[in-house]
Design a protein around this ligand. Structure first.
Ligand SMILES: [Fe+2]
Ligand SMILES: [Fe+2]
Length: 254
């Protein structure tokens, strides 16, 4: 399994690993600045490949921030390993995620929670945080990078398949089909209100965690699909028909 790194725009790099088992790429984003920042660490076991990709651009020991957009293995499973090397690095998440998850798992030092609208300066880049509860998880957030007019939406706007760094085509049907099969959203409503906020922002770049970075020109088709199609959990979990399984009669002994 190989991991590649590609420059997308204005010092933002996509690090990407194709995982055939899930038919998805797993992406992290590196922002090269005075305070280098990694958005998502990738899973614990993918550390070596991701670290190597980062080191093509900068020294991983200089990372100043690791940003997790919700508490989950592919978001921050590698945090311990990166933070052990980067002694000045802080773990950044939503206020909720830091209060409940980081502290609850015993991570008390070098952690920082943000609420909606708060900002973080990296030098040339400036991040603005959006709290987006229940867009996949209770603690979910998204990040806007203001100088490139970029959005880091985590699992929203994902596209399946081994895709190039930048996606300029309408893959919204594939996105919706993946959401239905995998079951990551409990309800459409929180997702739709965030997608309306994204439409008002009109980002030039949407750095999806799975797939390619969606351009501003391609984005309206994705928002239209989120507005008009059903994609909330309907019994399927990671491609398994759990509802059908649970509908079968329960065998009783004797
Ligand atoms: Fe996720
Ligand atoms: Fe993800």
């Amino acid at each position: 399994m190989s991991t590649r790194i590609d420059h997308i725009t204005g010092g933002i790099y996509r690090i990407s690993t194709w995982v055939p088992e899930y038919r998805l790429t797993f992406n992290q984003f590196l922002i090269d600045d005075e305070r280098p920042t990694l958005v998502h660490t990738g899973e614990y076991d993918r550390y070596d490949g991701i670290r190597k990709a980062i080191s093509e651009v900068l020294d991983p020991a200089t990372l100043a921030n690791i940003i997790l957009l919700h508490w989950e293995g592919d978001e921050n499973g590698g945090m311990d390993r990166f933070m052990a090397e980067a002694k000045g690095c802080e773990l950044v998440g939503s206020a909720l995620s830091i209060a409940l998850n980081a502290r609850g798992f015993g991570v008390h030092e070098r952690v920082r929670g943000f609420t909606d609208g708060e900002t973080l300066d990296l030098g040339r880049h400036k991040l603005r945080f959006w709290e987006t509860p229940h867009v996949h998880h209770w603690d979910s957030m998204m990040v806007v990078e203001e100088t490139t007019n970029s959005l880091f939406p985590s699992d929203l706007y994902l596209q399946p398949g081994e895709l190039p760094p930048v996606v300029d085509e309408n893959l919204s049907e594939e996105m919706i089909a993946t959401y239905r099969a995998v079951g990551i959203f409990a309800h459409e409503n929180p997702v739709r209100s965030v997608s309306e906020r994204v439409e008002r922002l009109a980002p030039d770049w949407v750095h999806a965690m799975h797939g390619g970075t969606v351009t501003g020109a391609a984005l309206p088709a994705f928002n239209e699909a989120l507005r008009e199609k059903e994609f909330a959990y309907a019994g399927w979990v990671l491609g398994r028909d759990l509802a059908a399984q649970q509908a079968t009669p329960i065998p009783h002994a004797g």
